[in-house]
Design a protein around this ligand. Sequence first.
Ligand code: IVH
Length: 683
Amino acid sequence: MTTDDQRAQLEKLRATLRHHSHQYYVLDSPEISDAEYDALFERLRQLEAAHPGWITPDSPTQRVGGQVQTQFVKVRHPAPILSLASALNAAEVRAWHERIARLLPSAYRPQFVIEPKIDGLTVVLHYEDGRFVLGATRGDGDVGEDITPNLRTVSSLPLRVPWRADGPPPPHYLVVRGEAYMRLIDFQELNRSQTEKGERTFANPRNAAAGALRQLDPAITASRRVRLFIYSIVSSDGPTPDTQWAVLNYLRQLGFPVNPDVSLQHDLDSALAYCESWMAGRDALTYEADGVVLKINDLAVQADLGVVGKDPRGMLAFKFAAREATTRLKELGINVGRTGTLNPFAILEPVELGGVTIERATLHNFEDIARKDIRVGDMVLIKRAGDVIPQVERPLVELRSGNEVRITPPELCPACGTPAVKSEGEVAVYCVNPACPAQTVQRIIHWAAVMDIEGFGERLAQLFVDRGLLRDFADLYFLTHDDIIALPGFAEKSTQNLLDSIAASKDRPLPRLLAALGIRGVGSIVADVLAQHVGSVDELGQTSADALQRIPGVGPVNAAGIAAFFASEQTRQLIGKLKRAGIRTRLEGPRAASTGALAGKTFVLTGTLPTLSREAATQLISSNGGRVVDTISRKVDFLLLGENPGSKLAKAQELGIASLSEDQLRSLLDESPPPSTIQPGLL
Ligand code: IVH
């Protein structure tokens, strides 16, 4: 090969690598395998090693971390790197819109570009004749720090624009602005590996990205997966588009990574509607965003509107409702659970969080309180993600005055005054009084929910117990028309409706009844197994703990709990009452097949199956004589394995339990999967 040929090959290789790197990092759609990419890359490296004079800074080989720096050099930005004013709700967005409308011609109706507000750090990238020459942090907006060697290692940063020959010609001088960030999965992976190495972890993806870019050793930056989204032109001596929407397209054509989640909206109402739907989908994003940015599309209008302080008038950040807040823990509350657990919760100075006012937050349990050293009177950090109930995360110890009071587990049940009990090896503290009114209310709520008594929730359960109408859930079936209609809020129709739904609940299948009884450890899966095995409540009451333990899916703790439940005089009376009320206490229809292809086999399900839902898979297995349990133990024969399995897979592998796919299960049963489409010709 002549030198000219080699030079031509080198140029071609660079263009090819640039193309594939853009496909991979910017467009997320690789066209070749990693191995092929590596082979091309290696060939380029060889050619460059043979001809060091041909190496250019924009070569794909130049991303790898170079020399370690000793400090960051200051860089003056070509134009101020402005920040943004923000709004916390739609009303504030409308107020902003009204303010700017007054400054604009009355007939003018702005359009808006909506972009996710990435929670990362601003970077300013300089290109000369299309080559990346300098990259800086925002700093104070006028002067930032030169982090060029670190940015070079960021795979989605084009070292050269346009990245392919048929792109728009590069301006001689171009400065763009964007956000460097880390994807959530990469952030989690980074923290995991930091933990493994015994090194510090990062509080959030923003800090992790900032930490990665502010490394004096670019090799460390290179090892962390920082990404970029570019959204504006700070300065250019070439032609620039006249709308924000066109800027995004132009940047995309040059090869910059531009966020695909952007939208052009034609008026404020549609823009707001879009923002709101977007915010609802926040939890599904692959990166952390703290809101959206509304930008007036017309850049001349933006320029005319000018700047207040450091905030351009023509843009606004619409922030997501916070997921964290701090407030004072005023008092400790305790609620009594159905099984008598005494659950601590925090009574807080009201604070706004995620769009609602929070006055209570869970404290999990007393061990957790002790571990985190949460005290009454502390300022505490409250978190709330999505619909999850708010929880106290930790105390702000630096803010203590010294008057905070340590929290100890209660000695008495707050509802009935019975001494509280903590059993060995358990985290919870219990009230063991079976007649405790607080437990009674919870047990009735649970019964009504599982037996599907429509319209009977917490409020009514409390009311009926307070009025002395219910001492246990069996009393529900002895309520009379006169009892109910005398209560506040009840009229003829509502009384009859409630009586009807109570009556309808008498006929629920046995597994429901067993789950509704509220036996510790007996949820719907165990109840199902028990029902199939014993066939009736009476039979269950007569089965010894030993015999119960032999039932697949029933562990020793469950077995002891069930036996203890039926040993009590109170349970006997309760069951008697339920029978007198006419509640169905036996299994209807045939018991699960004790013969069948899966007779005697026990299954655990994990992950998402290709066609069967959990219920359908359970049904399929039990109708063929098998059982489904929910924990892996040596008694389990098969793990039915779907996509994204949980920790059950590792546990099953540890115990040497065989895994089956849905297809394998079906072939055991001689069943073919349901056709996804009906083929013509079959009909
Ligand atoms: S526009 C004058 N667009 O949010 C230009 N900023 O709180 C203002 N940010 O410092 C920036 N995503 O670091 C803009 N799509 C986006 C953004 C964005 C994240 C950051 C940016 C800025 C901060 C303002």
